[in-house]
Design a protein around this ligand. Structure first.
Ligand code: 5BU
Length: 268
């Protein structure tokens, strides 16, 4: 394996003190506390399974990522139950809604509808294709204190149109709106500002791709080489025979890689 040279990195604890945002502070500190930088992607279609999954993996993760609109039997009690589990097991909820419309429309999509995303999701994300209005539409003044936004800077799917120029624009907007934006969905570190978090999807031990152009790499590569902070794992955990044990395995390896980064200047 080739040597990867980089500077010794700050710990999550140190980075917690460098952000003003309460949600980012919370993520950094619960990662340290639970020793996990794993986010599970809860792509399941039944409410009972969603809640069961949250109970099974809740102790091993820092963030639980939902696609609430793929549930076939959604009722508001699902999100209130999920919030209770999140509170008991100490994780935050991220609704991967990928908002991408004009400000006035995303404001309604975020706060209204059957789902009332703003009432339960600590974290949401957006594409910046419509321009800064999408961020402003989501930035609801009254709940700003405990809600946070991630900008999609890069995607894991093969053939996507996110050029490096696009990614640079995303980073600029993140800096401009850093009172609300706490980081990125990325494939590799896109900003050296230590207060920004990098969440990365497309992580699995076993597969290189799926049949619909999702591409995967290992947790080791995602953390150690590409310098992401949090791995997002869906089917790697969901399709295993023991979801809790498998989540533990992802947790151990990605935490070890994080420890290497903060302890050694050069990792082989
Ligand atoms: P998987 O089962 O580990 O492939 O699930 C990955 C999850 O991350 C899934 O919920 C996607 O919607 C999400 N995702 C992604 O895979 N790639 C991206 O670039 C973005 C989100 Br943005």
């Amino acid at each position: 394996m080739s040597a990867i040279h980089h500077k010794k990195r700050l710990s999550f604890q140190e980075r917690a003190s460098l952000t003003q945002h309460p949600v980012a502070k919370k993520i950094f500190s619960l990662m340290e506390e639970k020793q996990t930088n794993v986010c599970v992607a809860a792509d399941v279609t039944k409410a009972d399974d969603l809640l069961l999954l949250a109970k099974e993996v809740g102790s091993e993760i820092c963030v639980f990522k939902t696609h609430i609109d793929i549930l076939e039997d959604f009722t508001p009690s699902v999100t209130s139950e999920l919030s209770k589990i999140a509170n008991d097991l100490g994780f935050l909820i991220f609704e991967d809604r990928k908002f991408a419309d004009i400000g006035s429309t995303v404001a309604m999509q975020y706060t209204k509808s059957l789902y009332k995303i703003a009432s339960w999701a600590h974290i949401i994300n957006a594409h910046i294709l419509p321009g800064p209005g999408v961020i402003e539409g989501l930035q609801q003044e009254e709940i700003l204190q405990d809600r946070a936004l991630l900008l999609i800077a890069q995607m894991s799917s093969k053939g996507n149109f996110m050029t490096s120029e696009y990614t640079n624009q995303v980073v600029q907007l993140a800096i401009e709106y850093q009172d609300f934006v706490i980081g990125f969905i990325s494939q590799q570190q896109v900003s050296e500002h230590p207060h920004f978090l990098h969440f990365t999807p497309g992580v699995q031990f076993c597969e290189n791709r799926d049949h619909l152009k999702q591409s995967y790499r290992s947790p080791t590569k995602a953390i150690q080489e590409e310098l992401n902070d949090i791995i997002i794992v869906g089917r790697g955990i969901l399709h295993s025979s023991n979801r809790s044990e498998t989540a533990k395995k992802y947790k151990k390896i990605s935490w070890d890689k994080y420890l290497n980064l903060i302890h050694y200047a050069d990792v082989k």
